[in-house]
Each structure stands twice: as structure tokens, then as C-alpha cells.
Design a protein. Structure first.
Length: 450
């Protein structure tokens, strides 16, 4: 299952849950309008890979809020903090991470698909959230070292819960007879803010500055995610081949130039000014064509083949728990697999599109996973700011009729980027398509096209 949402002004977040299958293959095709003029000379494949695609993978559990409340993890936390166990920090981070990911998933589901029994779903969500936080706060450690770690986690969970309920209150469409639920969420948000103030979790300067607060909470979020985020160690493939290509091209061109020089000397019979000029021209031609021939040959040899290899390391055990291979290429529409072409629904308006294909293959060793986890979640952040210089910040006029009057409106120029994602695992395949509307200032809209 793949989901896409807007993460920042120019960023898209692609999230996919890998399930129980050990091997996965992913294809992401970006269809960039031809009018932007994107080419491999403007942004190379290697630059596109390093600037646009940011991949991370974390442990993931299918359990939702209710099973989490019923779990025995909180009892394990209590036992470990009594013994001042070094595993206390890991268990506390796991508990917080489960709560955070489950809450984000539930809130996103509520906003995406407003349920018919909204009152019951919200009441259950609020009750479970309060239960989880209450259980955590009952196990506050007395040891000073553990207490500091607990304070950071509790501080973030309180702020995170407040933000999620404020988000629901701001973005959910409540009917007239449902306003009491909105007021309840606002009351809970105020209660969490008061809770942090009473414990003096944050200084007055931080409380008054939203930027400071956001940056602090981002650091605390990383503290929670660290034990469940797999470390990614990469290696670029083909470096030996690249050296061989470089040496081979240089040898061939040098041999050709040397033969031409010998032939020229046989013709001219002596070293003259014409001979010296001819030698200079031959060496200049060699310098002109050497890099171009080498680059073309290198791209031809590596096209369609993996260009990067990565290992996923568990930060708790320092063991390798998986590996992946990735590649990226500029392609023509006709070179793409037929299912992706059908998903794109290409026609006359799409002629001239630039297609950039990102592919990855991964295999995970589930037997080495952290206890209690059998699956992982992959998050790919697409930073499309590399396209910003190509977008035109222009406006134009359109006219429409209202009765007998003609109304003139100024509209901005926007570009539509199509994204087709194909995910393969086992003998199954899933293809989805999205439209991303961009202007010079960022992403305007993201829409799934079924």
C-alpha cells in the first residue's frame, strides 16, 4: 500500500508498508511537462538522485491504538526502570513510536475518509489516547538519568497529541450537532499545554516562539525514532567499470592520434610548421571528444542497471537486516513497461514529456528484526525544489460571463507533474497514479487519479 502527501512547500512524502514479504520491487516514474525543458544536461541523473530522493526505512507494526493499550510493553518499561536497565530507553522509545505512528495513521484516515459514525470513532480515539498517556505517566522513573530521558519523551508526546487534536479541530468539517466534539478536542489540547507548563518542560522563550518550539520537538521526534530507524549505508556501483572505460577510451583515442601523426609524418617527410600545426589539431580533437565519448559509453553500459547498493543496519544490534539496489534513468515513454504506460494514459497532450524513472529492489532479513516487529515501513521524500528554477512565475487573464457582465480574472501559470508508482511483491503488483500541481512557490495540490 502506497500513500502520498505533501510534506513541505516542494516536498512529497511517499510512504509504503512492506508487509511480510521479504523482497520488494518499486518503480517511481516522474512525468515532467516538456515545456519546463528538463534535460540530463540541466540536472544529471546522479544529481537528481542525490537532490530529489531521500529514503528512510523504519520498523513497523500493524497494531493499532487498542492493541497497543492492551500490550504489556508498559509493564516491561516499569520493570526495566526499577532495575535501571539500559533497555529502558529502547522500550520507552518503542512505546512512544507506536503511539505516534498509530495516531498519525488514525488522524489521516479520519481526514481522508470522514466516517459515518464520526462521534463513536472520535470518542474511541480520544479515550485510547488518554489511556496511553496516563499509563506512561504512571511509570515516571525516579532515577535522575532515566528521568531526563522520560521527560523528553513525555514532553514530545504531550505536544504531539495537542497538535493532532488541533489539526482535527481545524481541518475536520463538523456539522452543527457535532460542535461539542470539536470543543472537546480543543479542551484536551488546552489541557496538554497546561500540563507542560505546570511541569516546566519548556522555557518561556520556547513557549512564545513557534519556530523554537517546532525545532525542539523535531529533535525530540528524532530521539524517539532513532531506535526503530534502520541506518542506511550506501555504495555507488560501477566505479571499477568507470575507471576501465576511462582508461579504454583514453587508450583508443591515443592510439588513433598516434597513428594519424605517423601517417602525417610519412606524407610530409619532415617536421615542418604544417606538421606541428596538424599534431596540435589532432591533440585538440582528442581532448574535445575524449570526455564526450567516455560519458556516452559509460551511460550506455550502465543504463537500466543498479547504480547504488545499500545495507540497512539495526542501530540496536549493529546487524545488517536488509539490502537494496537502486537506479535512476531518463527514459522515453515507449521504453517503460506496458502497465506503467497504461497507467499514465498518455495521449496527445502528453507529447514531449520528460520521463524520469527511479527503481529499487530490496530484500529484508526478518529473522534479525527487533523483537516484536515483522515488517518495515519505507518513507521516500521527493524534494521537487530542483524544478523550481524551471517554473515560470507568470500570470495571464481569463474572462467569464456573469449574466450580462464580463468578469476579468488574473490566474497564475501552473504545471502538472504526473507520478506513477508500481510496487511488486511476491506475485502481486499494484500501480497507482497521482497528479501534482506546482507553481513557483511550491506544491499547490496533490490528487490521486484512479
Amino acid at each position: 500500500m502506497v500513500t502520498i502527501d505533501s510534506n513541505d512547500s516542494f516536498s512529497l512524502r511517499v510512504v509504503r508498508e512492506l508487509g511480510d514479504y521479504p523482497e520488494h520491487k518499486l518503480d517511481i516514474c516522474l512525468f515532467v511537462p516538456g515545456e519546463l525543458g528538463l534535460t540530463s544536461d540541466i540536472v544529471t541523473e546522479r544529481a537528481f538522485y542525490h537532490q530529489v530522493f531521500h529514503v528512510s526505512r523504519t520498523y513497523h507494526s500493524q497494531v493499532q491504538l487498542e492493541p497497543l493499550v492492551r500490550s504489556r510493553l508498559i509493564q516491561r518499561i516499569a520493570r526495566q526502570q526499577e532495575r535501571q536497565s539500559p533497555e529502558y530507553r529502547l522500550s520507552l522509545s518503542l512505546y512512544a513510536y507506536q503511539y505516534v505512528t498509530a495516531m498519525e495513521q488514525e488522524i489521516a484516515n479520519l481526514l481522508r475518509e470522514r466516517p459515518e459514525n464520526l462521534r463513536e470513532d472520535l470518542a474511541e480515539l480520544l479515550d485510547l489516547s488518554a489511556t496511553i498517556l496516563r499509563r506512561l505517566r504512571r511509570t515516571a522513573p525516579k532515577d535522575e538519568g532515566l528521568r531526563r530521558y522520560y521527560t523528553n519523551i513525555d514532553n514530545y508526546l504531550s505536544w504531539f497529541s495537542e497538535q493532532q487534536f488541533l489539526r482535527l479541530a481545524a481541518e475536520m468539517d463538523f456539522k452543527d450537532d457535532e460542535q461539542d466534539m470539536r470543543e472537546l478536542m480543543l479542551r484536551i489540547a488546552r489541557r496538554e499545554a497546561k500540563y507542560r507548563d505546570e511541569l516546566r518542560y519548556n522555557s518561556e522563550r520556547v513557549n512564545k516562539d513557534s519556530t523554537r518550539m517546532s525545532n525542539k520537538m523535531r529533535l525530540l521526534r528524532r530521539l524517539i525514532e532513532y531506535p526503530v530507524t534502520l541506518r542506511r549505508i550506501g555504495q555507488e556501483l560501477g566505479q571499477v567499470e568507470e575507471r576501465l572505460v576511462k582508461a579504454g577510451v583514453a587508450a583508443v583515442l591515443m592510439t588513433a592520434v598516434s597513428l594519424m601523426i605517423l601517417s602525417a609524418r610519412d606524407v610530409l617527410f619532415d617536421v615542418t610548421a604544417v606538421f606541428i600545426l596538424l599534431v596540435a589539431l589532432l591533440y585538440a580533437a582528442r581532448e574535445v571528444f575524449r570526455d564526450e565519448v567516455r560519458q556516452k559509453l559509460w551511460l550506455w553500459l550502465r543504463r537500466g542497471r543498479p547504480k547504488w547498493r545499500h545495507q540497512f543496519i539495526d542501530p540496536n544490534t549493529e546487524q545488517a537486516v536488509g539490502k537494496s539496489q537502486e537506479w535512476i534513468d531518463y527514459k522515453r515513454l515507449s521504453d517503460l513497461p506496458e502497465p506503467i504506460q497504461k497507467a499514465r494514459k498518455a495521449g496527445a497532450p502528453q507529447r514531449g514529456e520528460i520521463v524520469l524513472h527511479y527503481g529499487s529492489w530490496s530484500k529484508m532479513l526478518t529473522s534479525r528484526f527487533l523483537s516484536g516487529y515483522a515488517t518495515t515501513r519505507e518513507t521516500i521524500v521527493l524534494d521537487l525544489e530542483v524544478l523550481a528554477p524551471l517554473l515560470e512565475q507568470t500570470t495571464y487573464l481569463i474572462y467569464r460571463q456573469e449574466g450580462n457582465d464580463v468578469v476579468k480574472e488574473t490566474v497564475e501559470k501552473r504545471s502538472v507533474l504526473n507520478i506513477v508508482i508500481r510496487e511488486c511483491w511476491g506475485d502481486r503488483e499494484d500501480i497507482q497514479r497521482w497528479k501534482v500541481v506546482l507553481n513557483r512557490n511550491g506544491i499547490v495540490e496533490t490528487e490521486a487519479d484512479n
